[in-house]
Each structure stands twice: as structure tokens, then as C-alpha cells.
Design a protein around this ligand. Structure first.
Ligand SMILES: Cc1cc2nc3c(=O)[nH]c(=O)nc-3n(C[C@H](O)[C@H](O)[C@H](O)COP(=O)(O)OP(=O)(O)OC[C@H]3O[C@@H](n4cnc5c(N)ncnc54)[C@H](O)[C@@H]3O)c2cc1C
Length: 360
């Protein structure tokens, strides 16, 4: 009888889509010993390249259900993967802590209950008279900002993570095909993925990590899966106020639902919007800066130096993400409308386990 490892080494897996989810699946499966091919016509133009990289795991208030389980597993897996990937980029890291701020009393009450009920020393309410809160109130020219700090959440630079994964995949000689898959079909125990350039790639397994386009490939296979586009915009702003030092703010935080990353004394990134569209709407500056009733003057006068967006996919009629074993060797792992970076390790682990079961 052949060993599992021998089966794995013989098996060929095609991953369609090379965003963070496709790349992380390739990492997981390659480490399990599988032969992997990734196919994507535009790997640098996807939503993963737009992500701000905040990892909101422990801060998540709903402590049960599938969404929490995936977060919890990712939180546990991230340190292992960071250590592993540091072989390819020693600077890759999760910058901690993460801070959640609000000016809404009701919201703050809920945050306080959440902290008191969890008894986690790594989750704390920020004291009103702390230097941090004083600096934040001072810079945002207000008095009522409150919040919590999570010492075990943080941010990973999404671009740096993607580049590090590329380095790993190249080092492992993982096949990469720059092409679009237009059809998949099963024939004689093998999957055949047909590309736009008329190539046919045979494999034992196909994993769909191609976001909105996944539904086009499984339509004919009568799967009732629906995905709708959710566009997210982000921008970088330069400010011109010698009195304001943005570096006195936390390194990463959210305020009334917007994520903010100060980059230097006079530069910050704000993201992101949720727009049910494939084209960015107008008034990006307004949409991204209306997180306070009264904006500070430096923000009103800020100059947008960069603007970008990404289109994510949100499942309709079922929770995000979609992770299903559709039929003998066809797996879907997509629909990451939010938190795709955070959840990548847990979802790839799930895919790995499904495939191990398939060959057992
Ligand atoms: C502005 C913004 C900020 C964000 N901030 C955060 C954050 O702070 N933290 C966080 O965790 N998440 C964040 N996200 C969400 C995160 O970016 C997504 O959840 C994640 O990138 C989804 O990754 P993916 O691999 O599923 O999809 P994508 O990155 O979109 O990749 C899908 C890939 O499939 C390819 N493809 C499509 N069709 C085909 C085909 N037929 N054949 C072959 N390939 C195909 C595409 O070219 C693409 O490369 C943010 C998103 C945006 C837009």
C-alpha cells in the first residue's frame, strides 16, 4: 500500500487565482508535499494588492460561530507562518498592538462589556487620562474619543506578505501560469482547466480562489453559489500643519469604522469604503474622512497623494467566505469580502485537511 506522502507527491493541484488566498493555499499544499500549479492572468491587480493588512482577530466581539472559529485558528497559525516566511524576508512581521476607537457612547459601552466579559489581559480599555488617548484627542481636536487596545492584534504589510509568498513559491519551483481559466471539466478522473490561450492543464484537484469569477467556472456544474462585488477604496493623505505630528498617534488603529495608518509625521493612509459596485464612486475623500462629526483642520486641508481600490466578492445568501468541497476534487475557497489577509492561514489549513481526506 502506498504511503499518504507518496500519494501527495504524485497528486497535482491546480489553484485558480493568485491573490492572498491562492498564494497561501499554494504555500500550505506545497508544504504538505503536493505538486501545485497556480494560474492567474493579473496577479498584481487584485484586491489583495489593495489591502491595508489589519489583522482584527482577538478584537472580534462575537466569540462563537464559524467566523470566530476561523479567526481564532488564524490567530494561532500566524506566528508559525511568520516565523517560517522570515526565512525568505527577515523583515516580515506583525506590527502590534491594534487600537479600536469610537466617539459613540453606546458603542463604547459594548466594548467595555466585551473587555470585562473576556478576562483577557491582552485586551484592555484605554484609560481616559492615558498619554495615548490624550494625543489622539489632541490631534483629532476633540475630547470624546475612547477605545480599547488589543496587544495581540496588529497589522501585516500586505504587499510585503505577497512578495514574500512569491519568493517562497519561486524557491519551491511552484509552477505559475499567467493565463485566464475559461472552463473546467472533469474527464477520466482528471480535472482539465482550459485557458484563454487554449492550453489544457490536467490535475487531480482544482481549487477556485478566483473571487467573483469563480461562479462563471462552476455555473455549468449547477452549483447555486452567488457572489456580488464589494469595492473598497483607500487613500494616502499629506498634511501641511507643523503643529501636528501624526507619529504621535498609534501605528495602526480604527476610528468609528475607518482604518488609519500614520506613515510619517505628515502622511497617513485611510481605508476603506464598502461600495456595492465594480467602479469606484466619487467623493472618495469625503467617504473616507467623514468618521468624525467635526473634522480636524489638518484633515480638511489634507492633500490626497495616492488613491487606490480593490474589488472583493461577497457571498449572497450565505456567510463569507465560501469554503466548500463541491465534488470529487473541486474545492472553492473564495468570497473573502473582508479579512482575507487575516483568515488566509485558517482557510488554507481547511483546504489542506480536505485534500488530505480526499487522498486517504
Ligand atoms: C481597500 C481594501 C482594504 C482592505 N484591508 C484589509 C485589511 O486591513 N485586512 C484584511 O484582512 N483584509 C483587507 N481587505 C480585504 C482583502 O484584501 C481581501 O479579503 C483579500 O485580498 C481577498 O483575497 P482573494 O485572494 O480572495 O482575492 P483577490 O486578491 O481578488 O484575488 C483573486 C485573483 O483571482 C484571479 N482570477 C480571476 N478570475 C480568474 C480566472 N478565470 N483564471 C485565473 N485567475 C483568475 C484574479 O486575477 C485575482 O488575482 C481589504 C480590501 C480592500 C479593497
Amino acid at each position: 500500500m502506498k504511503s499518504l506522502k507518496e500519494n501527495f507527491q504524485k497528486a497535482h493541484i491546480v489553484i485558480i487565482g493568485s491573490g492572498i488566498i491562492g498564494k497561501f493555499n499554494a504555500l500550505e499544499l506545497s508544504e504538505l508535499g503536493f505538486k501545485v500549479t497556480i494560474i492567474d492572468p493579473a496577479q498584481h491587480k487584485n484586491s489583495s494588492n489593495s489591502a491595508l493588512g489589519l489583522l482584527m482577530g482577538n478584537m472580534y466581539q462575537k466569540r462563537r460561530g464559524r467566523s470566530w472559529d476561523l479567526r481564532k485558528q488564524s490567530i494561532e497559525l500566524w506566528p508559525k507562518w511568520i516565523k517560517f516566511l522570515q526565512q525568505f524576508n527577515c523583515e516580515l512581521n506583525i506590527e502590534k498592538p491594534l487600537i479600536q476607537l469610537t466617539t459613540n457612547e453606546e458603542k463604547f459601552k459594548k466594548l467595555k462589556i466585551f473587555i470585562h466579559e473576556n478576562h483577557d489581559p491582552n485586551l484592555q480599555i484605554l484609560k481616559k487620562d492615558s498619554i495615548l488617548i490624550k494625543n489622539i484627542n489632541n490631534i483629532f481636536q476633540t475630547k470624546n474619543i475612547k477605545g480599547i487596545i488589543s496587544f495581540n492584534d496588529g497589522r501585516i504589510d500586505a504587499m510585503s506578505l505577497l512578495k514574500t509568498l512569491d519568493k517562497y513559491l519561486k524557491n519551491e519551483k511552484i509552477n505559475f501560469l499567467e493565463d485566464e481559466i475559461i472552463k473546467i471539466k472533469k474527464s477520466k478522473n482528471q480535472w482539465i482547466s482550459k485557458t484563454k490561450n487554449n492550453k489544457e492543464i490536467k490535475s487531480d484537484i482544482v481549487i477556485l480562489c478566483n473571487s467573483l469569477n469563480a461562479v462563471n467556472l462552476i455555473d455549468g456544474l449547477s452549483q447555486n453559489i452567488k457572489l456580488k462585488p464589494v469595492l473598497g477604496q483607500a487613500m494616502e493623505i499629506d498634511i501641511n500643519d507643523p503643529e501636528v505630528d501624526l507619529l504621535s498617534l498609534p501605528k495602526q488603529f480604527s476610528m468609528n469604522g475607518k482604518n488609519i495608518i500614520p506613515k510619517s509625521k505628515n502622511k497617513l493612509i485611510i481605508g476603506s469604503t464598502d461600495e456595492y459596485s465594480t467602479k469606484p464612486g466619487e467623493n472618495t475623500f469625503e467617504k473616507l474622512t467623514n468618521f468624525l462629526d467635526k473634522k480636524p483642520t489638518w484633515l480638511i486641508n489634507g492633500q490626497v497623494t495616492k488613491k487606490w481600490f480593490g474589488v472583493r466578492s461577497r457571498p449572497e445568501g450565505e456567510p463569507s467566505p465560501i469554503m466548500k468541497n463541491l465534488r470529487d476534487g473541486l474545492i472553492i475557497c473564495t468570497g473573502f469580502y473582508k479579512n482575507g489577509i487575516l483568515l488566509a492561514p485558517a482557510c488554507s489549513k481547511w483546504v489542506g485537511n480536505e485534500i488530505k481526506d480526499y487522498f486517504s
